[in-house]
Write a protein that binds this ligand. Structure first.
Ligand code: BES
Ligand code: ZN
Ligand code: ZN
Length: 501
């Protein structure tokens, strides 16, 4: 799909499909649209009247245009009231365009960016609309037959139509930004959707190596195996890896801008399959557990575009990659293991493995002396109970950092909500024979006790934890630009954040 900004008169357009939005509190037609409709003998206006289309948010109208113009079809979307409009509505509109045209063989599409006054900048509008198109047009098709693959072809050529030179510049910037964010997101989705028998720790390590290779020296990579991890004192990571036949790998990527002003560590949970370990999950809960490396996928997604992004910073990507399996050497309930920072962890539950691996990944990150750390982890079912499937739980020991993340997430259209790292719950994870326990013993407040556990390993460094157990995976089709399966959640928020430093 090629997305291009052009200056054009809409009545002369050659695109086969026209897309535009209508606000409920504004007249449906700009002067340009009136001109266009005149040439079509008023067919759009008539359809709007016949279908009682009022521009309410969620309304959509699909009009066949006959043969009068190049255009064969108009897709018209209700946007609601002008004051409520934001880029997420544009993103969803683009998603609905894709859904509407999937499987059809239209060759070109034009989005009329000036058919109404969107009240957000051309950059934001073009960014959100293009992002919506690319994100919605994704399918994990590599294991499907030829016929099925063809079904998802979307118009090859998309034009964003603007009226003057100033807006075209902004629009082009918006498109470029969307390409970057969306392709990093699709990179992450591919990794999450890949079956766990293929997407092993070695597979993630291979991707990290490849990112470094493609960067022409700008990204460095270190990969540690079991022995090196042991030498570094990663007793927690290795305990989780003990039950797995698959070799675990500890992955460390580094990007350093020549004028780096700050040092940032991004840590991703990298459990390539979570069976629960000896306290094995019931089959139903295990079914989607290839998703348990979605945090790692988000970090790799960001790194896949980091040289293009070129943030003025030193950015570290850290992943402790392993399976969580019930082998005969598997770690056991009651085990006490020592993390790299010297703290001992009492294993209360082998299915609370993510935080055990993160204990070492965070300890390792702290040693790099970063200005701040952000971890992304499909950490707790409790977070999904608390916030549902679409909202990420944010926990942080630093207000400034959490505010920055909230702002970035809002701009990226990724939903999150802050949960408190409540001191009162610390006693729930106090160890009996070790320093700290990996499960709270009660399911209540499970997202928070997991966050409190992680906090023990950041040594006071400004840190934020994103529990993405819900939004990393789409079980249902609820958002038009998020197909079923891995969503790539977190990538675009991190990119927004890196663009702001
Ligand atoms: N990977 C799971 C969390 C998860 C659940 C992610 C659902 C995505 C969807 C995690 O390792 C886990 O199993 N957590 C347990 C912790 C409990 C044993 C303390 C949970 O949430 O039930
Ligand atoms: Zn688990
Ligand atoms: Zn897990």
């Amino acid at each position: 799909m090629k997305i291009t900004a052009i200056i054009g008169e809409i009545s002369k357009l050659q695109a086969e499909v026209l897309v535009f939005g209508v606000f409920s509190d504004k007249p449906a037609f700009s002067n340009e649209l009136k001109e266009l409709d005149k040439k079509l003998h008023g067919i759009i206006e008539e359809e709007i009247r016949v279908h009682n289309f009022t521009g309410k948010h969620g309304e959509a109208l699909n009009v066949s245009l006959g043969k009068g113009l190049g255009a064969k079809k108009a897709l018209i979307f209700g946007l609601g009231e002008t004051k409520d409009f934001n880029s997420e509505i544009a993103r969803k509109m683009a998603g609905n365009v894709v859904k509407n045209l999937k499987g059809k063989k239209y060759l070109s599409l034009a989005f009329l960016t000036e058919s109404c006054d969107y009240k957000i900048s051309f950059l934001e509008l073009a960014n959100a609309f293009s992002e919506g198109l690319i994100l919605a047009n994704y399918e994990f098709g590599k294991y499907k037959g030829e016929a099925k693959k063809q079904d998802i072809i979307f118009p090859d050529q998309v034009w964003l139509i603007v009226q003057d030179a100033k807006s075209i510049q902004q629009t082009q910037k918006g498109i470029a930004k969307a390409m970057l964010g969306a392709s990093a997101t699709l990179y992450a989705r591919d990794l999450v959707n890949e079956p766990a028998s293929i997407c092993t720790p070695a597979y993630l390590a291979e991707h990290a190596r490849n990112i470094a290779k493609e960067s022409k020296g700008k990204v460095k990579v270190k990969i540690f195996g079991r022995n090196e991890a042991r030498t570094m004192g990663m007793g927690a990571f290795l305990a989780v890896a003990a039950g797995a036949e698959e070799e675990p790998y500890f992955i460390h990527l580094t990007y350093k801008h020549p004028k780096a002003k700050s040092r940032i560590a991004l840590v991703g949970k990298g459990i390539t399959f979570d069976s629960g370990g000896l306290q094995t999950k019931p089959g139903e809960s295990m079914a989607t557990m290839k998703l348990d490396m979605a945090g790692a996928a988000a970090v790799l997604g960001v790194f896949s575009k980091i040289t293009e992004l070129a943030p003025p910073a030193e950015v570290h990507g850290i992943i402790a990659a392993t399976e969580n399996m019930p082998g005969s050497k598997a770690y056991k309930p009651g085990d006490i293991v020592r993390a790299m920072n010297g703290k001992t962890i009492e294993i209360g539950h082998t299915d609370a493995e993510g935080r055990v691996t993160l204990a070492d990944a965070l300890s390792y990150a702290v040693k790099l002396k970063p200005d701040f750390i952000i971890d992304l982890a499909t950490l707790t079912g409790a977070c999904v109970v608390a916030l549902g499937e679409e909202i990420c739980g944010l926990m942080s020991n630093n207000n400034k950092l959490s505010e920055k993340i909230k702002l970035s997430a809002k701009e990226a259209g990724e939903k999150l909500w802050e949960l408190p790292l409540a001191d009162e719950y610390r006693q729930l994870i106090k160890g009996t024979h070790g320093d700290i326990k990996n499960s709270g013993g009660t399911r209540y407040g499970g997202a928070i006790t997991a966050g409190l556990f992680l906090e023990e390993f950041v040594s006071g460094v400004p840190w934020a934890h994103l529990d993405i157990a819900g939004p990393a995976w789409a079980e249902r089709e609820t958002v038009s630009y998020i197909p079923l399966g891995g969503t790539g959640y977190g990538v675009r928020t991190l990119i927004e954040l890196l663009q702001k430093i």
